[in-house]
Design a protein around this ligand. Structure first.
Ligand code: BDR
Ligand code: CA
Length: 317
């Protein structure tokens, strides 16, 4: 199996990603690290432990990470993910506890201890990852790739142009984008496409198996799922799509493109600028263009393929 570590802000769809990762036989989930994002970091730790326990996952180490972005104060997304940050499903508090080391220490330890290079899957603001890369740059020698949910080629969600994870900590995203590690950007353009149909979600909700039922409850709480009956409502797997992209990279269409992030105050802050031009423009001709690092950017996704992969995996618990 592929050794992976998820860095998350659980989060309704981060929970969907964790369920998938612990149940896919092709993945070896070695640790989960938590960061402030959808809710405060203590809430993220609690939600993460709850999901892992509920899914009957092995005792995977979970660590608490940054409680705020590098520069700005934290800004939660509770209006999307509920008061508890995970859909207010009323799940029992976890009996498991977090590791007694912080996220950056756990990341370093697990990456360097892995017999094979690790794939990191951040599905949250990139604060922990930036701190790791700056504090312990030696980890890059045992990182296979970082497949991150963040950014957008076209349209944002936190602002008209910025996606939440990058907008929440743009400086951290800039550290990631210039780290020289192979990167895959699973941005909003593909994130928003992978949705499970209402009747399928109802089937999951009706299951006797706790992890499958939890996947159903979470999908029913995804933003944009109209609460109601009928064939035409749907719930997105969200962050779980980034984990699908590790298991099944053929399911996304990617292109290696220059990507940078806007750190300027004002309306572009947190925007990922993806250069899709076929040839250099005037700025480069006049010697003014920079040459940002290249990122494998997901431009399209085979929706049916990922929905099938997701459902088959989470119902196999
Ligand atoms: C991202 O922001 C969070 O709300 C979701 O969990 C996802 O990681 C989407 O912009
Ligand atoms: Ca997330």
């Amino acid at each position: 199996p592929i050794p992976v570590i998820i860095d998350c802000d659980t989060g309704v769809d981060d929970a969907l990603a964790l369920l998938f990762a612990v149940r896919h036989p092709g993945l070896d989930l070695r640790a989960v690290t938590c960061v402030a994002g959808n809710t405060d970091v203590d809430g993220v730790v609690r939600n993460t432990l709850t999901v892992l326990e509920h899914a009957g996952a092995p005792d995977i180490p979970v660590a608490r990470g940054a409680e705020r972005p590098l520069v700005e104060p934290p800004r939660s997304a509770r209006h999307v993910h509920g008061e508890d940050g995970m859909g207010d499903l009323g799940l029992p508090a976890p009996t498991r506890t977090a590791a007694d080391v912080d996220a950056v220490t756990l990341l370093r330890r697990e990456i360097l201890a892995s017999p094979r290079p690790v794939t990191l899957i951040p599905t949250a603001p990139l604060t922990n990852i930036a701190l790791l890369l700056r504090t312990h740059p030696e980890v890059t020698r045992n990182i296979e790739r970082i497949v991150f949910m963040g950014g957008a080629v076209a349209c944002g969600n936190a602002t008209p142009v910025a996606e939440f994870n990058v907008w929440h900590d743009p400086e951290a995203a800039a550290v990631l984008l210039t780290a020289g590690v192979p990167l895959t950007m699973y941005g909003l353009d593909v994130f928003q496409q992978v949705v499970v149909s209402g009747p399928e979600i109802e089937r999951l909700r009706a299951s006797d198996e706790p992890g499958t039922r939890l996947a159903g409850e979470l999908l029913a709480h995804r933003p944009g799922s109209p609460d109601g009956d009928g064939e035409d409502w749907a719930g997105g797997v969200g962050d779980a799509g980034a984990v699908c992209a590790v298991v099944d990279p053929e399911g996304i269409t990617t292109r290696l493109l220059p990507v940078e992030v806007s750190l300027a105050p004002g309306p572009t802050r947190g925007q990922t600028i993806v250069d899709r031009r076929p040839r250099p423009g005037e700025a480069e001709i006049h010697g003014e263009g920079r040459a940002p690092d290249l990122v494998d950017v997901a431009l399209d996704v085979d929706v049916e393929r990922y929905v099938k992969l997701y459902l088959e995996t989470v119902t196999a618990g």
